[in-house]
Ligand binder design. Structure first.
Ligand SMILES: [Ca+2]
Ligand SMILES: [Ca+2]
Ligand SMILES: [Ca+2]
Length: 646
């Protein structure tokens, strides 16, 4: 600690406190190892005169002996996991959820929505959802490319917030392509992911045909990152525990798996997170042995704090990208900046390729009532700093996020696009085209191997006011926007979810009150963009509350996995009267007969129908010289072929 400063910025204070962290963190880890917090109490009492010690924790989220005076030093107020929220509640610095008080208001007359993306919404919360431990939100959706009928959506589920062991992680599984889902429930009435703190990631590893459900995990160092694995996701008894990272203060992890057999990093798995054991550094672990062992890299130091937003990878090249956010000290005023970090070598080395200009984060001017770090919309309720999701295909990188709108408009959703692997990005494009001053927030995006994009976000354009928990006041619907040319142009924005949902309440006293999920992670595997969200259309005890819902938007194109292809060949054949260019795709079997692939010659796409196990293209009178022939849908399966007509 070099000096003190008159600057009162939170980050500077954090820097000054880093020395203290290191000491306390060491104690914290040692104490966790012993299974007691008494050592921490003694140590903290020396360091802090006004220690407030939690002697009777309300639930397993809050460590016995926790010293509330250490909340800021440990970065608890900047973590967005539910354990951090519970500690804030126990220390009297935040409130848990409660039933909402409201008077009946007039019901909005809603304009009919003529066109929509997606199909029928599916409620992911099957089984009993009653009482107060009914909060499900914050989703991560992924599909098995070798069995497209199998979809897993992981989410936070407060069902077991007071269970022993604690369990606030959930997942719902579909075995019929997303038409129906079942919430996983083991014999004890909880999810298979016992002893976890939420923050969901769901990944499929192709080489081992294994599903991974990843959550914050006390069995991995106190608050590290754990992975439950299975080859039979529908069976709640089949999930086996392992650790990705042993940590004491991990937060907000994300994940991505490279499932492209043509990628130089096929099979690699990646997990990113913030490590508050050192004040919040941005880190990635990657595995080259199908999740058996993990290697760690730091992408950004603890200061300035860069939030781990989400990680993704290029579906064609295997380049991996982490989207982060410099939150500018938090609150509503702190200038936000988007950051992109890139690895072109399978996670081994990382470069910060892009830092955006500063912008004002989304909010209605409010913050969480008891934690002014997190900006909120709906008067201190829905915390949201502007986080979104990246996606990448063929060195084109996409990112969606939210920022403050014009005037009193709390939030709009923006898209930026890079055509040079994340080095530079286009000027931001506002995706929502409404003329209201209502909020659009918390977007996600996915790109398919065929180059379609689907962005989706929460959108209150169809209401004029929202009232937490009130079933008679419609508030928001999911809206989306699609691109069929890898983000060069966009179709119209249209509704995606089927009804305008009330603003759901958060009645669980064990979960921080200003919370409706912090993110939704979409993916596009095989033929659809799949995505999930928090929805309040289902009332419990007469109040709107949080359930996770699912829908999908067709990706268009063939949607044929690379693994179903054997070869791609092209040649120029000299025939009487001119040269003939021929290209041929051979598939493993005839299961895609009648579907189409796209073969692009010198930039001109040709849709070619598969006949049996072959798709053949023949172009007469091709000009002399070199031609580039590429299979662009499905993309990324084979390198382009260059052939000469002479
Ligand atoms: Ca619920
Ligand atoms: Ca807006
Ligand atoms: Ca829908």
């Amino acid at each position: 600690m070099k000096q003190k400063s008159t600057s009162q910025s939170a980050f500077f204070n954090l820097r000054v406190l880093i020395g203290l962290f290191v000491v306390l963190t060491g104690v914290f880890l040692a104490v966790i190892g012993l299974g007691t917090f008494s050592g921490l109490t003694a140590s903290s009492a020396k360091a802090q005169q006004k220690a407030r010690i939690i002697t009777n924790p309300p639930n397993a989220l809050v460590p016995a002996g926790f010293d509330c005076s250490q909340i800021r030093a440990l970065g608890i107020d900047r973590q967005d996991n539910l354990r951090a929220g519970a500690i804030m509640i126990a220390c009297g610095e935040a409130q848990g959820g409660s039933a909402s008080n409201f008077s009946e208001l007039m019901q909005q007359v809603l304009a009919a929505t003529p066109l929509a993306y997606g199909g029928t919404d599916v409620n992911l919360i099957t089984g009993t959802d009653s009482g107060s431990h009914i909060t499900q939100s914050e989703t991560f959706s992924w599909r098995n490319p070798n069995n497209p009928n199998e979809i897993v959506v992981a989410y936070n589920d407060s069902r077991g917030v007071f269970a022993s062991p604690i369990n606030i992680s959930g997942a719902s599984v579909s075995e019929d392509g997303g038409a129906t889902f079942t919430r996983l429930t083991a014999a004890n009435g909880q999810s298979p992911f016992q002893n976890t703190f939420g923050d969901p990631v769901a990944l499929f590893n192709v080489p081992t045909s294994t599903w991974f459900a990843i959550f914050l995990d006390p069995a991995c160092g106190g608050q590290g990152i754990g992975a439950y694995k299975t080859t039979t996701p529908s069976n709640p008894n089949g999930w086996v525990h392992s650790c990705v990272h042993n940590g004491s203060s991990d937060d907000r992890e994300s994940g991505w798996a490279d499932n492209n057999p043509s990628s130089p990093f096929f099979g690699n798995m990646y997990v990113s997170w913030n490590n508050f054991a050192d004040g919040g550094s941005l880190r990635v672990r990657f595995s080259t042995d199908n999740g058996g062992t993990w290697t760690e890299r730091q992408l950004a130091p603890p200061s300035p704090f860069i939030r781990d937003v989400q990680i993704t990878g290029d579906l064609a090249t295997g380049t991996v990208y982490v989207a982060g956010m410099n939150e500018g000290g938090g609150g509503t005023g702190g200038p936000r900046s988007n950051k992109i970090y890139r690895s072109t070598d399978g996670g081994n080395t990382w470069t910060n390729t892009f830092t955006s200009a500063n912008f004002t984060g989304p909010s209605d001017g409010s913050t969480c009532t008891s934690n002014s770090y997190f900006a909120t919309i709906f008067t201190g309720y829905w915390r949201h700093m502007g986080w979104g999701e990246p996606a990448a295909l063929n060195n084109v990188v996409h990112y969606v996020y939210a920022q403050h709108g014009t005037g009193a408009d709390p939030a709009d959703v923006y898209y930026i696009r890079s055509t040079n692997s994340g080095a530079t990005f286009s000027a931001p494009l506002k995706l929502n085209t409404d003329t209201t001053s209502r909020p659009q927030w918390q977007p996600n995006i996915s790109v398919s191997s065929g180059g379609t994009l689907f962005a989706m976000w929460y959108d209150a354009r169809e209401s004029t006011s929202c009232q937490k928990g009130n079933t008679t006041v419609p508030c928001y619907r999911m809206w989306g926007r699609k691109s069929t040319d890898n983000g060069a142009t966009w179709l119209a924005d249209m509704a995606f979810s089927d009804v305008v949902s009330p603003l759901p309440g958060q009645p669980d006293p064990g979960i921080v009150d200003c919370y409706v999920g912090d993110y939704d992670y979409a993916s596009a595997v095989v033929a659809d963009h799949i995505t999930s969200w928090a929805d309040g259309r289902i009332a419990v005890s007469g109040q709107s509350q949080q359930n996770t819902f699912f829908d999908k938007e067709p990706a268009g194109g063939g949607g044929i996995p690379c693994g179903d292809l054997v070869s791609f060949q092209a040649r120029c054949k000299h025939v009487t009267g001119g040269d003939k260019l021929q290209a041929k795709v051979t598939l493993t079997d005839t299961s895609h007969s009648g579907e189409q692939v796209t073969i692009t010659v010198d930039g001109n796409p040709h849709a070619v129908t598969i006949n049996g196990n072959k798709a053949s293209l023949s172009i007469n009178n091709e000009p002399l010289g070199q031609h580039t022939v590429e299979l662009t849908d499905p993309a990324g399966c084979f390198a382009p072929v260059r052939t000469n007509c002479q």
